[in-house]
Design a protein around this ligand. Structure first.
Ligand code: SF4
Ligand code: SF4
Length: 479
């Protein structure tokens, strides 16, 4: 018998206790720090466990998976087989994520543009729009890629800027054809500057029911960062158009792209959301996302290496910011918040099994992005780069590169050698594949992005919330 290699320890600072999570059994327990220390000791022997623990506690630790008879090697082999099986089941039930890029062009010139390499290309490439023939071919390709008729059909508009005024004809045609083919849910990642030209296709009933829109601070800050091609500001138009979206019943998730230039403006935005009445709307949420430090064109962006660093800067600059604690409508740290909610659901037994995350995102499940040139991509981080495409479509054409599809869609956490021995693996999913590719050139490398730190913080918050809800600070299991 030895301590499992998949135990996560989260000490509760105000007591002599430790929260234990087991990485694959789903067990969560509160134990004394003496027991936790014993489980941290890789050399602890059977005899030591028997001498140090009551028979009841010993049996409990074995049943919950913290003590195992498996060697480290066979435990890892077990985890690998388990991860492959769970990922296969999840893929089987996952609805494919279909995203369509009507054009790569954009009406804004953001200082930190995420697509700066694409937006710097010649205008003839950027201005290419999806033709009617390509739209027809697109839906035929989607039907052949996804053979399951019973699945919920969802389509997301992506770009460039998909909902710019000059895309009206092509987006309407895409929407109309999608409705004819049984698509019922639509969403868009948009800067919302021209959204007022699309009100007729907004809404819950076969309309665009979800939008992700970016706001970066007060008008002076937002307008300097997210300006029109002619240099004009966009804040007022975006705010008005978000109001319009709410009137049509469309959900809006406001993303705040944060670097050192606007970290101290997050509080202003939170107050603005409240003054505008958005925080009272169930259709509204907002969250922060770090802009990574880089050079955009000639401009140096003073960004953050991680979510954690961004949160520290926001919290340091905006002491007392309400969002730093519980604020479901505005998450400064959406990574921690998402893990916290999952742990809380598990503690509250809203789900019997833990919500295993065998992969980081839809790109590792069943995501397909279709661009106006006939290329199919697995992830929005690699669009416009044919070396990363997973197929091609066009009138009378559908070619899928099955090797490339397999590499993306089967990248489960257990396929990443460095993740196989990590106790966080089924909470983390192995991190972003595109990030791994960019930073190491190898998609089968982990992208930890400080996940263990997020997990520790999330576990403490979830436990605190759980004890408040249940009004009991006793142990979860009595061990
Ligand atoms: S809206 Fe998006 S694509 Fe357009 S310039 Fe800004 S970051 Fe780039
Ligand atoms: S990416 Fe890092 S934290 Fe996540 S499972 Fe892999 S090794 Fe663990």
């Amino acid at each position: 018998m030895r301590p499992s290699s998949y135990i996560i320890h989260v000490p509760l600072s105000d007591t002599d206790t430790v929260l234990l999570f087991h990485g694959y059994s789903g067990a969560v327990d509160l134990v004394s720090s003496r027991i936790a220390a014993l489980l941290l000791d890789p050399s602890a022997s059977n005899g030591k466990f028997k001498r140090s623990l009551t028979a009841e506690t010993l049996n409990h630790l074995i049943e919950r998976g913290y003590l195992t008879a498996k060697s480290a090697q066979s435990e890892q082999a077990y985890v690998m087989a388990l991860g492959m099986r769970v990922h296969a089941v999840m893929r089987k039930h996952a609805s494919p994520g279909f995203l369509v890029i009507p054009t790569y062009s954009c009406n804004l010139r953001c200082t930190y543009c995420y697509e700066k390499d694409l937006q710097a290309r010649e205008s003839s490439w950027l201005e290419r729009r999806m033709s009617n023939d390509m739209i027809q071919a697109l839906f035929e390709a989607m039907e052949r890629v996804d053979l399951s008729a019973r699945r919920q059909k969802c389509l997301t508009f992506y770009g460039g800027e998909p909902l710019q005024e000059s895309n009206r004809t092509v987006v309407r045609l895409l929407h109309e054809k999608a409705c004819e083919r049984g698509f019922r849910q639509f969403s868009a990642i948009t800067n919302a500057v021209d959204l007022h030209h699309y009100t007729d296709i907004l809404g819950q009933d076969k309309g665009i029911s979800f939008l992700q829109v970016t706001m970066d601070g007060p008008p002076s800050v937002h307008d300097a960062r997210r300006r029109l091609a002619d240099g004009g500001g966009t804040f007022e138009r975006v705010a008005r158009n978000i109001d319009l979206a709410f009137m049509k019943g469309t959900r809006v998730s406001v993303r705040v792209n944060v670097d050192r230039e606007n970290a101290d403006q997050v509080q202003w935005l939170e107050d603005f959301f409240q003054r505008r009445g958005w925080t009272q709307r169930p259709l509204f949420r907002a969250y922060c996302s770090p802009v990574h430090g880089d050079v955009c064109g000639n401009q140096r962006v003073d960004g953050f290496a991680s979510h954690q660093k961004m949160c520290q800067a926001i919290r340091g600059d905006a002491k007392g910011c309400r969002s730093t604690e519980e604020a479901p409508h505005f998450q400064i740290d959406p990574v921690t918040y998402a893990v916290q909610k999952r742990i809380l659901a598990h503690l509250s037994q809203e789900q019997d099994l833990p919500f295993w995350r065998t992969a980081f995102c839809g790109s590792n499940m069943a995501m397909y992005l279709f661009d106006p040139f006939g290329d199919i991509y697995p992830c929005w981080e690699v669009i416009g780069h044919p070396e990363h495409r997973i197929g091609q479509y066009g009138p009378g054409l559908l070619e899928v590169d099955s090797k490339a599809v397999h590499r993306w869609h089967h990248r489960s956490v257990v396929r990443i050698p460095a993740c196989r021995s990590c106790p966080y693996l089924f909470f983390c999913g192995g991190g972003c594949e595109a990030l791994a590719l960019r930073s190491t050139g190898d998609s089968n490398q982990p992208s930890c992005s400080e996940f263990p730190k997020h997990f520790g913080e999330a576990a403490l918050k979830a436990y605190r919330e759980w004890t408040i809800r249940h009004d009991k600070k006793t142990s979860l299991t009595g061990s």
